[in-house]
Design a protein around this ligand. Structure first.
Ligand SMILES: Nc1nc2c(c(=O)[nH]1)N[C@H]1C(S)=C(S)[C@@H](COP(=O)(O)O)O[C@H]1N2
Ligand SMILES: [Mo]
Length: 254
């Protein structure tokens, strides 16, 4: 094997075994609950990745010939009242945007930024763009290779001005969900706000008009139907709207 290149995966496999040893060697005065054990795994994976992975190593990119069919999962239309994440107020806004081709839609950027801002789809399309063909890995056991086009999240954050205390970026969506990533993933070159998929406009079911692509984590971190970003200085699990209370790990690095 060529030892010059250590892949993300090889590093992670190494980490997984060292995490298991650490866990086995842990002694606590009280048996942790099932939930706490999972939380501890999340904490270990997060810290091990942040400590040992080369900073901002890239996820593998593929060729156009590798693009495969992809199902749409979770919310596929925020204006459909039969879907899990349905919120009346957001649904009304979303239906209006759908009717006018997202002309009135804006992405708000607030929190630890120098200038709270909002961007139209046109504003975002005028900023620098990046196209990448990557593998989406869903925690439910399927994966698909797709091409994504969008603006690097970094460019949008820089346009609003990132404050010194910024540590996390939270994604607020047109369904009930809110989720976040840390600044390392937010500034990662492959973390983009995508408005295009496989060379076309982003389809409704895949998160139109804008979704995030977080290529360093599992599929559920790539939030669809974005309303706004909030930059925070503190960790926030977003309570009932966040991943943890919905049974997922907050950190899902791959
Ligand atoms: N707002 C929002 N984002 C979401 C979801 C969702 O239900 N709502 N589902 C997630 C999950 S579990 C996956 S696998 C991907 C699916 O993206 P796709 O529908 O484009 O395949 O979106 C993620 N982002
Ligand atoms: Mo998923």
């Amino acid at each position: 094997m060529n030892k010059r290149f250590t892949t993300r995966r090889a590093v992670i496999q190494g980490l997984a075994s060292s995490a298991a040893i650490t866990l086995a060697g842990c002694s606590t005065s009280e048996p942790p609950t099932y939930g706490n054990v999972l939380r501890m795994g999340d904490w270990l994976t997060y810290n091990a990745h942040r400590l040992l992975l080369p900073r901002q190593s890239l996820a593998r990119e593929y060729d156009v010939r590798d693009i495969s069919a992809a199902p749409a999962i979770g919310t596929t239309d925020p204006s459909d009242s039969s879907q899990t994440g349905f919120v009346q107020e957001f649904a009304e806004d979303y239906s209006r945007f759908l009717h006018d081709g997202f002309d009135d839609w804006r992405l708000t950027v607030e929190g630890s930024v120098a200038t709270p801002s909002s961007f139209s789809l046109e504003d975002l399309k005028r900023m620098r763009s990046r196209t990448q063909i990557t593998r989406h890995t869903c925690e439910e056991g399927w994966s698909a290779i797709m091409q994504w086009t969008g603006v690097p999240l970094r460019a949008v954050l820089e346009a609003a001005g990132i404050k010194e205390d910024a540590r996390f970026v939270q994604f607020h969506c047109y369904d009930a969900f809110v989720d976040g990533i840390d600044m390392l993933d937010a500034l990662h070159p492959q973390t983009i706000l995508a408005y295009g998929m496989n060379g076309r406009e982003l389809p409704i079911a895949h998160g139109a008009p804008l979704r995030v692509r977080v290529e360093t984590q599992l599929g559920y971190k790539s939030m669809k139907f974005l309303r706004g970003l909030v930059v925070t200085s503190e960790f926030d699990d977003n309570g009932p709207y966040g991943m943890i209370q919905n049974g997922y790990s907050w950190y899902a690095g791959i």
